[in-house]
Ligand binder design. Structure first.
Ligand SMILES: [Zn+2]
Length: 96
């Protein structure tokens, strides 16, 4: 989901404030691309080795923004709730 430029700038400011500037843990580069897109990490119900993917039901998710190292491509994800960009972090079974 496309993010407003205002929220993308807020996210970048929050990341820079909290990390003192990104540095790649793989190659130590300090040059990153921040995609102005809200991504969802989705969790499905797992029963042993089976995933229960039913589209009529809710799924747990965490909203994140990604920052990709311009040198090696390592990608870091930042939780948008923790950055103060969005209100709710995930749906859970209590919301059904
Ligand atoms: Zn890197």
């Amino acid at each position: 989901m496309k993010m407003s430029m205002e929220n993308a700038v807020k996210a970048l400011d929050a990341i820079n404030e909290k990390t003192k500037g990104l540095q790649c843990p793989m190659c130590q580069s300090r040059m990153f691309d921040l995609a102005p897109v809200e991504l969802q990490i989705i969790g499905y119900d797992r029963e042993k080795n089976d995933l229960n993917i039913s589209f009529g039901d809710r799924v747990d998710f965490v909203s994140v923004i990604s920052a990709t190292c311009k040198n090696c491509g390592y990608t870091a994800l930042f939780n948008l709730k923790k950055l103060g960009i969005i209100e709710s972090e995930f749906n859970n079974s209590n919301n059904k």
